[in-house]
Ligand binder design. Structure first.
Ligand code: ADP
Ligand code: MG
Length: 340
C-alpha cells in the first residue's frame, strides 16, 4: 500500500521548526532578549545556570502582553509586529516571524509571567513541551519574565548536540554582549550561576559599555569617528592599530541596531586598517551602520544574523572611507608616536 500523506499536528510541527530557530541556549537567549527589546524595555536581566541548559531566566520592564494574548503568543506565526506582506520591506522590530516563543516552548518547560501597563494584574502561563499546562492570574510587576527550564529535555538529539558548559556559556556571554552594545540605552545585567558577568548602565555611552563588557584596556584605546555618506551613517569605535588580536572576534558590526555578520563590513574594516597593521593580526573595532531598511535584505536566514546589502560595493567603499578617516585623523598620530 502507498503511504498516505497526513498533516503533522501542531506540537510535532513546532518541535521540528524549533530546530531552525533555537539550536542552543544562546539562541534561546537571543530570541527572548530581542523580544524584550521589541517590547521597549530599558532594563533587561539575563540569568543562567548550568550554561543555560537547565535554567534561563529573562526579565524585562517592557510593555508586557495583553492577558487575552498570552496563549496566542505561543502559536507559530503569531506576532504583533507585522500584519501584511508590505510590512516585510520596512521591518524595524527585531522579531517578525512569530516563531520564537512557539519554538522555545516546544522544546523546554517554560513559564511566562507578564503584566501590561494597562492591567492591574498579570498572567502566568506554563507550557511544557508545547502543551499548555496552566494559565492563571498572578500579581506581577510591569513587564515580562520568561523562565526556560530543561532545554531540549524532549529532543534527545538536540540535547546531545549541546557543547560543554564552558563553550555554551561563552556563546551566551558573546550574544548578550552584542545585544548590550547594540542597545546602549538599555541597561543589561548578565548573571551566570549567581555571579554577575557584567552590567551596563543604559546611559547610551557606547565607550562606557565597551569598558563594562570588554574591559578598560580596550575602551581607553578607541578612536571615535562618525560620518554620513551617501545616506549611510557610519559610526566607528576603532581600536588603535597598536592594539590588535590574532582573530577577528572583536570586530563587531551593527546595522540599524542589529548585530550582524557581514563579509562586506569585514572587508571594509580590513581595507581601512590595511596599511596600519601587520599581516595575521586583526583590528578590534565596533562599527555601527544606519541606513534605510529598504536597502537591506534581512529575511535571508532564520537567525537573522546575516544580511544582504542591495548595493554591496558602495556600502563597502563608504564604510571603509569613514573608518580610514578616523584612523588617519590627526589625533591618532601623536598617540602612535607616543607608543614607539
Ligand atoms: P515575534 O518576536 O517574531 O513577533 P515571538 O514568538 O518571539 O514572535 O513572540 C510572539 C509575540 O509575543 C510577540 O509578537 C509579542 O507580541 C509577544 N511577546 C513575546 N515576548 C514579549 C516580551 N518580552 N514583552 C512583550 N511582548 C512579548
Ligand atoms: Mg521574537
Amino acid at each position: 500500500m502507498e503511504k498516505r500523506i497526513n498533516r503533522l499536528d501542531e506540537i510535532i510541527a513546532n518541535k521540528i521548526a524549533a530546530g531552525e530557530v533555537v539550536d542552543r541556549p544562546a539562541s534561546v537567549i537571543k530570541e527572548l532578549v530581542e523580544n524584550s527589546i521589541d517590547a521597549k524595555s530599558d532594563k533587561i536581566t539575563v540569568e543562567i545556570k548550568n550554561a543555560g541548559k537547565s535554567y534561563i531566566r529573562i526579565s524585562d520592564n517592557g510593555t508586557g502582553i495583553h492577558p487575552d494574548d498570552v496563549e496566542v503568543a505561543f502559536e507559530r506565526h503569531a506576532t504583533s509586529k507585522i500584519r501584511k506582506v508590505e510590512d516585510l520591506s520596512s521591518i524595524l522590530s527585531l522579531g517578525f516571524r512569530g516563531e520564537a516563543l512557539a519554538s522555545i516552548a516546544a522544546v523546554s518547560q517554560l513559564e511566562l509571567i507578564t503584566k501590561s501597563k494597562d492591567h492591574n494584574v498579570g498572567r502566568k502561563v506554563v507550557v511544557h513541551g508545547g502543551k499548555l499546562i496552566s494559565n492563571d492570574e498572578v500579581g506581577a510587576p510591569g513587564g515580562t519574565t520568561i523562565l526556560v527550564k530543561n532545554l531540549f529535555y524532549n529532543v534527545p538529539a538536540r540535547f546531545e548536540f549541546m557543547k560543554s558548559n564552558g563553550s555554551e556559556t561563552s556563546y551566551i556571554i558573546d550574544i548578550v554582549s552584542k545585544l548590550a552594545l547594540a542597545y546602549p540605552n538599555i541597561s543589561f545585567r548578565l548573571i551566570n550561576n549567581n555571579k554577575v558577568v557584567f552590567v551596563t548602565n543604559g546611559n547610551g555611552d557606547i565607550v562606557n559599555n565597551i569598558a563594562s563588557i570588554y574591559g578598560k584596556d580596550i575602551a581607553k584605546n578607541l578612536i571615535n569617528v562618525e560620518e554620513k555618506i551617501d545616506n549611510i551613517t557610519v559610526k566607528g569605535f576603532l581600536c588603535k592599530p597598536s592594539v590588535t588580536r590574532g582573530n577577528k572576534k572583536l570586530q563587531t558590526f551593527f546595522v540599524n541596531q542589529r548585530y550582524i555578520k557581514s563579509k562586506t563590513v569585514s572587508d571594509a574594516v580590513s581595507d581601512a586598517y590595511k596599511t596600519l597593521i601587520t599581516i595575521n593580526r586583526h583590528a578590534i573595532c565596533f562599527v555601527y551602520v544606519e541606513m534605510n531598511p529598504n536597502l537591506i535584505d534581512i529575511n535571508i536566514h532564520p537567525a537573522k544574523t546575516e544580511i544582504r546589502f542591495k548595493d554591496d560595493e558602495n556600502v563597502k567603499k563608504g564604510i571603509s572611507y569613514v573608518l580610514k578617516k578616523g584612523l588617519f585623523s590627526k589625533s591618532l598620530i601623536p598617540n602612535i608616536r607616543e607608543e614607539e
